[in-house]
Ligand binder design. Structure first.
Ligand SMILES: [Zn+2]
Length: 253
């Protein structure tokens, strides 16, 4: 019995030591809070960024791979909605967290999502975005910023970039679903995915300044990859994460 207890104790210890650490940053949004949930499987490993709180296939894909890949996750969380809310003078104002990385983007998303908006709000969201960027920049792996997103068939696909001034090049594979694709800022990464016959967009250096993380990275010479898959395409998104992991690991050498 004693031996059994000891074995159980050792087994429990191994389980604890092989599980990952979670931590969180709490960032103020007026009188509300946005949480950045941080899941660390290994210090200084490749980190994925999930900006939209309702895109859960991407999170499941990450969770399916943590043990094998040693990747980390930074995930924005407030109320499981795509949009975040900032509470100011007892009123909630909505905005898209993927439009806050420039003043123009903040202004556009606030005035698009709310019927009216006090000008002070731009400053509050800008402070939020600056804190968020610091967290993201500190978590980079081999300089890369890697985002994960999900889309629905009716709203966004690799075809959205066809003949668009936001893309320098677009490769559309005959074998792939148009909703599963990569967006990159580096030409050699574009070629890498293209050679694997996977859908990929090379974002233009003159892409519209919409406050997105992809445009921020492009303007600041930070290599960026978005792993974009349709909601529910779990196995595909796991495969896509694995390919990015191999690409960035190879580059790091
Ligand atoms: Zn998204």
């Amino acid at each position: 019995m004693k031996k059994y207890r000891f074995t159980l104790f050792v087994f429990t210890l191994i389980c604890i030591s092989s599980s990952y650490n979670t931590d969180e940053y709490r960032i103020a949004l007026g009188d509300r809070i946005c949480i950045v949930k941080k899941t660390i499987t290994q210090a200084n490993a490749l980190t994925l960024i999930a900006l939209h709180d309702n895109e859960n296939t991407a999170i499941e894909a990450f969770q399916s791979w943590t043990q094998q890949l040693n990747i980390n996750l930074l995930e924005l969380h407030q109320s499981d909605d795509r949009y975040l809310k900032c509470r100011y003078n007892n009123r909630d104002y909505c905005f898209d967290p993927n439009q806050v990385f420039s003043e123009k983007g903040i202004h556009n998303t606030l005035y698009e999502k709310n019927s009216s908006c006090p000008p002070e709000l731009v400053r509050i969201i800008k402070a939020f975005a600056d804190t968020l960027l610091n967290v993201f920049l500190n978590a980079r792996y081999h300089q890369y910023m890697i985002a994960i997103h999900n889309n629905s068939p009716e709203n966004f696909s690799v075809l959205s970039y066809k003949n668009s001034s936001n893309a320098t090049a677009v490769f559309i594979s005959k074998n792939e679903d148009i909703d599963d694709f990569y967006i990159v800022t580096d030409t050699s990464d574009f070629e890498y995915f293209k050679n694997m016959n996977l859908n990929v967009v090379l974002q233009s250096k003159d892409a519209e300044e919409d406050g997105s993380l992809s445009v921020y990275c492009q303007q600041n010479q930070i290599p960026y990859i978005n792993i974009e898959a349709e909601h529910g395409h779990l196995n595909k998104q796991i495969e896509m994460i694995k390919i990015v992991y191999d690409l960035v690991s190879e580059k790091k050498g």
